[in-house]
Design a protein. Structure first.
Length: 120
C-alpha cells in the first residue's frame, strides 16, 4: 500500500468514524465515507487494549497485505477505516482475510443497491 493511500490526519480519521457508514463482524469494524479525492485511502487502527506494540504492528502488516491482494474489492474515491477487535489475536491469516473480504463484499452489494435506487 502506497503512503498516498493512507488516512494520516487525525481529524480526517475521526470524521470518517463519526459520519461514515459502519459495517462490523467478529474481527473488524469497518467505516467508510466518500471523499473528494480521485483515490481510495485506508486507516488501520488496533487499540492498545488489544495487545502490545509488536503484535499490533504485526496485525496491521497482515491487514495491509490482505488489502494489497484484493484491490478489486474497494472502490476509488472512498476513505476506509478498519478497526481490529481483540478476537483478531486468535485468528489465522486465512480467517482474517475471509472476514475482511466478506465485509468489503457486503459494502459493494450495498453500493450496488444504492446505485440501482438512484437510477430509478
Amino acid at each position: 500500500m502506497k503512503k498516498i493511500n493512507v488516512v494520516k490526519n487525525n481529524q480526517e480519521f475521526n470524521d470518517v468514524i463519526k459520519t461514515g457508514f459502519l459495517l462490523k463482524n467478529n474481527y473488524f469494524v469497518l467505516y467508510t465515507k466518500k471523499n473528494e479525492l480521485k483515490r481510495f485511502r485506508f486507516g488501520i487502527s488496533v487499540p492498545k487494549k488489544v495487545c502490545n506494540a509488536v503484535n499490533r504492528n504485526r496485525l496491521k502488516r497482515k491487514i495491509r497485505n490482505i488489502l494489497d491482494n484484493h484491490k478489486n474489492l474497494y472502490s476509488k474515491e472512498q476513505d476506509y477505516i478498519i478497526i481490529l477487535r481483540k478476537s483478531c489475536l486468535d485468528a489465522t491469516y486465512q480467517e482474517l482475510e475471509n472476514n475482511l473480504v466478506y465485509l468489503f463484499e457486503k459494502l459493494k452489494e450495498k453500493d450496488d443497491a444504492n446505485e440501482k435506487n438512484h437510477k430509478k
